[in-house]
Design a protein around this ligand. Structure first.
Ligand SMILES: [Cu+2]
Ligand SMILES: [Zn+2]
Length: 172
């Protein structure tokens, strides 16, 4: 029995070390999404810094199929039933709304979230001009999902419609 016991012990240490390795990847933040504007949207958004960008990952359900505007908004307040309390797009550089891959954009402008036929979206993007903390920091702000696609040009918010989900971004 001794060799088998030793094997079990090393397997357990591997699991424990794996857990440590994950938390050693650096600071991160997350937001639990709350349904707004009468939607049934649920999910979670995670943020970490990578390659000088902010990596944004999300798992979301309860959406209508297709594209949805997805932004970091200025205020960390999702309390209003229509999420208007989150205020406008986070805009640390004082720019106009625009495409996430251009210079003329709000810091909080991110690629649209795309839901499949079941209303589920798995999202991963690296966004320039945002960080976890500091002047371009997103901790203490909010992340909002809209009913419609962001057209990446209409002012001030890409004509993306109602706010169907909102989550306050907290460090973790
Ligand atoms: Cu928005
Ligand atoms: Zn914007």
């Amino acid at each position: 029995m001794l060799p088998r016991t030793a094997f079990v012990f090393s397997a357990l240490s591997a699991i424990v070390l794996g857990g440590c390795a994950t938390s050693a990847m650096g600071p991160s933040a997350s937001a639990d999404l709350q349904a707004r504007s009468g939607s049934a949207v649920a999910g979670k958004v995670s943020f970490s810094e990578a390659n000088g960008h902010l990596r944004v990952e999300a798992m979301v359900s309860g959406l209508t199929p297709g594209e949805h505007g997805f932004h970091v908004h200025e205020a960390g307040d999702c309390s209003a039933p229509d999420a208007s309390s989150a205020k406008g797009h986070f805009n640390p550089m004082g720019k106009a709304h625009g495409h996430h891959a251009t210079e003329e954009r709000h810091g909080g402008d991110m690629p649209n979230l795309v839901a499949n036929a079941q209303g589920e979206a798995k999202y991963s993007a690296e966004v320039a001009g945002l960080s976890l903390n500091g002047p371009t920091g997103i901790v203490g702000r909010s992340v909002v999902i809209h009913a419609d696609p962001d057209d990446y040009k209409s002012q001030p918010a890409g004509n993306s419609g109602k706010r169907v989900a909102c989550g306050v971004i907290a460090a973790r």
